[in-house]
Ligand binder design. Structure first.
Ligand SMILES: NC(=O)c1ccc[n+]([C@@H]2O[C@H](COP(=O)([O-])OP(=O)(O)OC[C@H]3O[C@@H](n4cnc5c(N)ncnc54)[C@H](O)[C@@H]3O)[C@@H](O)[C@H]2O)c1
Ligand SMILES: N[C@H](C(=O)O)[C@H](O)COP(=O)(O)O
Length: 335
């Protein structure tokens, strides 16, 4: 990268009928020092700006470096919609468009065109309704880059990683194997060190069952699977706490004991974060060969088109991506 050039961040708009395009307009209005390249349909952004009651200056991205960006301007890599968006009503005809934007962002990161990806929310059901099986960005980027990944949501006060992501609850117990848990904990440990700067990360692991199984009386996964896996990792030097009962793992006295929590499933811990810091939480994918951050919320179809969606989480995601890029650049320079 040229000295003084702003970091080039790929930003995807997600579901065209959701709040994503409007959030990109709000992001462009900030003075964040980044060369945001919106990978989406140009006219979609123009319509989103109108819905927000503002204007946007879109500049076709030619790949060149820039040293400053005026608020209200955005580079764009045009990826045409298949169908005109109707806010609040996702159209599966646009599923391929959404996936093309993700693929361009991922491939562009892996080939060095972008330094990170920031994603706005997409509608998983609409992509599935188009006939394409799809679980989420996390799984898409993992497959695209052939990486083992972990989903983490982080607020300034709390970090939560997930041992399983977008699975029906009935499939969770079978997915918590010693191998899978070990892989997750190793990724979280390595990324807390590399991305967040903890020399000796302390990780709390939540039990799967109520009261972490109550010594086997309320489920045996802790005894049969989790404790042996945790003990083996402790022998390898990881600082692990647990399995902790999930219901009390977030009380203030417990929080002082760890740098991150690993929850066994999506809704075991995300409601804690989303209810206390919905506007400050960022979703990031650990384990990828590139930096990817996102919002902590969905497409908010009830708000789409109103211009009233809160852009705070997307702005926080962009800020975190910039911090992670700066940290990575500094460590490359030191090496
Ligand atoms: N990163 C992502 O792509 C992502 C994240 C979460 C959910 N989703 C998807 O979004 C879709 C809808 O999910 P949902 O309805 O469960 O959750 P949601 O987050 O879209 O909406 C839940 C509630 O929060 C409100 N809300 C959400 N974001 C807001 C914002 N920025 N400003 C103000 N209010 C906001 C909504 O209006 C709604 O009342 C689903 O398909 C889901 O899979 C995608
Ligand atoms: N699990 C995320 C959340 O609740 O915020 C969300 O579904 C997005 O996941 P992806 O980043 O994998 O799309």
């Amino acid at each position: 990268m040229n000295a003084g050039a702003l970091p080039r961040l790929a930003v995807t708009a997600g579901e065209p009928a959701g709040i994503g395009p409007e959030l990109l307009i709000r992001l462009a209005a900030t003075s964040l020092a980044a060369n945001f390249v919106a990978i989406t349909d140009r006219a979609l952004l123009e319509r989103a700006a109108k819905r927000c009651g503002t204007t946007i200056e879109l500049i076709d991205d030619d790949g060149s470096a820039i040293t400053e960006r005026r608020p209200g301007t955005l580079r764009v890599l045009h990826v045409p919609l298949a169908a005109l968006e109707q806010p609040g009503r996702p159209d599966p005809a646009n599923a391929r468009h959404v996936l093309t934007t993700l693929a361009e962002a991922a491939d562009g990161c892996m080939s060095g065109r972008y330094q990170a990806i920031v994603t706005a929310p997409l509608q998983k059901s609409s992509i599935n309704d188009s006939g394409i099986r799809f679980s989420g960005h996390t799984e898409f980027f993992a497959e695209r880059s052939r990486s083992d990944v972990v989903m983490m949501l982080a607020s300034p006060e709390l970090r939560v990683a997930l041992a399983t992501t977008h699975l029906p609850l009935s499939a969770v117990p079978a997915a918590i194997t010693a191998e899978a848990l070990t892989r997750t904990l190793r990724i979280v440990h390595a990324e807390l060190r590399d991305k967040f700067g903890y020399a000796e990360p302390r990780i709390a692991v939540l039990g799967l069952n109520p009261h972490a199984g109550e010594d086997g009386h309320l489920g045996r996964e802790e005894i049969d699977v989790m404790i042996p896996a945790l003990d083996a990792l402790r022998s390898a030097g990881l600082q692990l706490i647990g399995p902790l009962p999930a219901d009390t793992a977030f009380v203030p006295a417990q929080r002082e004991r760890y740098d991150a929590v690993v929850a066994m499933y999506h809704d075991q811990a995300l409601p804690v974060l989303k209810s206390e810091a919905f506007d400050r939480t960022v979703n990031l994918t650990l384990g990828l060969p590139f930096i990817r951050t996102s919002v902590d919320h969905g497409t908010a179809l009830d708000l789409a088109g109103s211009g009233r969606a809160d852009p705070s989480s997307l702005i926080a995601a962009a800020r975190m991506a910039l911090e992670l890029v700066a940290r990575r650049n500094a460590s490359v320079q030191r090496a």
